[in-house]
Design a protein around this ligand. Structure first.
Ligand SMILES: Cc1ncc(COP(=O)(O)O)c(C=O)c1O
Length: 399
């Protein structure tokens, strides 16, 4: 059977092999420590789960408008106004099956054959695949470790051509854990404002910021910039709701209409029950306590993982300021060998580490990095210490 060129252009995920092997080892009773998952390890707060149960009991289980319930859109508009200082009307919100689906909608609606989309590298591996699926060309901007893996205005300016239609900006960042402060984000906004490039602002890790300054949305820079921005966010990482599948976009009205219409012919509405749960999540007074607790817990684990990594002198990293990932540089150990086998890449390092020490990590070749691995610290403090200690042993055995 013929497979379309667009789908064939997608790269299969390198990380699947490692996670499948880690799962197999765990199922066979092995004590695997996994730094792989990209999700909070908490349960969804009880008041959100109760809202879903109530919706089911009341029979609110039918189709909703394709782009989401008006009551949820209103709750999202209130969130954007109160927390982000951005005024949107409910018609400008499209609720989707998770932020990933929102990104698919935006990129499909914006990108045509040959269009360029700027993606600061390292990047979340889904971005270039979605651009390729739409027929576009990802243009990577290599960020520097000494700049905390943040793109500078000069680097952005140099990447813009007359084919550039969009920039994807993820703040706080997966996989690097970097957070752009207001000045840094506004410096990029200043460059964008001189063009007609659209900013796809992925703010899914907004609540996980360990710096002293707030995460500021690029759309707050000016009215013109707001009209050039599509905000992507959702409940997955903020409220421990990855499996509920609710994300949203806030954008200029014509784009919202286009995405709503696309969605009406593809997935129809996101799950009705999950939408009722999301309305509860965006009840800001109620969710504040949970967010504070989750933040404190991740902030503590951030310190623990960094202190543990500091004991392994051959591994280096930039202290993560946001999200729940540490991006670890293997440059000092690549080229060494383990029992005679050369550790030639992050993938080989990850495979060997799993086989020898039962520790699963994410090799970052498909995140745009030939020398790094990503560790998620959304696991217990005990497992963090145990896993990093095993990794230290492994690194010390490299010759
Ligand atoms: C940067 C980034 N954006 C978007 C998503 C997707 O979130 P969702 O689970 O809501 O689809 C993820 C999930 O890992 C992510 O890391």
């Amino acid at each position: 059977m013929k497979i379309s060129k667009r789908v064939k252009a997608i790269t299969p995920s390198l990380t699947l092999e490692i996670s499948a092997e880690a799962k197999k080892l765990k199922a066979s009773g092995k004590d695997v420590v996994s730094f792989g998952a990209g999700e909070p390890d908490f349960n969804t707060p009880a008041f959100i789960r109760d809202a879903a149960k109530d919706a089911m009991d009341e029979g609110l289980i039918k189709y909703t408008p394709a782009s989401g319930l008006v009551s949820l859109k209103k709750a999202i508009c209130n969130k954007l106004l109160v927390e982000n200082g951005l005024k949107y009307e409910p018609e400008q919100i499209v609720v989707s099956n998770g932020a990933k689906h929102s990104l698919f909608n935006v990129i499909s609606a914006l990108v045509e054959d040959g269009d360029e989309v700027i993606i600061p590298s390292p990047y979340w591996l889904t971005y270039p695949e979605l651009v390729r699926l739409a027929g576009g060309k990802p243009v990577f901007v290599e960020t520097k470790k000494e700049n905390g893996f943040k793109m500078t205005e000069a680097e952005l300016e140099a990447a813009i051509t007359d084919k550039t239609v969009a920039l994807i900006l993820n703040n706080p960042n997966n996989p690097t854990g970097s957070v752009y402060n207001k000045d840094e984000i506004y410096a990029l906004a200043k460059v964008i404002e001189k063009t007609d490039v659209t900013v796809i602002a992925d703010e899914i890790y907004e609540k996980l910021n360990y710096t002293d300054s707030p995460v500021v949305s690029i759309a707050t820079y000016s009215d013109k910039l707001k009209a050039q921005t599509v905000i992507v966010n959702g409940v997955s990482k903020s409220f421990a709701m990855t499996g509920w599948r609710i994300g949203f976009t806030a954008s200029p009205l014509p784009l919202a209409k286009a995405m709503g219409s696309m969605q009406s012919h593809t997935t129809s509405n996101p799950s009705a029950v999950s939408q009722y749960a999301a309305i509860a999540a965006y009840d800001l007074g109620k969710s504040e306590h949970f967010i504070r607790k989750m933040h404190a817990s991740f902030s503590r684990r951030n310190k623990i993982i960094c202190e543990s990594l500091d004991k392994i002198k051959d591994l280096t990293y930039v202290v993560p300021q946001g999200a729940f990932y540490v991006f670890v540089d293997l440059s000092n150990v690549l080229g060494k060998s383990y029992n005679g086998e050369a550790i030639s890449s992050p993938l080989v390092f990850a495979k060997k580490l799993l086989a020898e020490k039962l520790v699963a990590v994410v090799p970052c070749e498909s995140f745009g990095s030939p020398s790094c691995i990503r560790l998620t610290y959304a696991i217990s403090e005990e497992d963090i210490v145990k896993g990093i200690s095993r990794m230290g042993e492994f690194v010390s055995e490299l010759k």
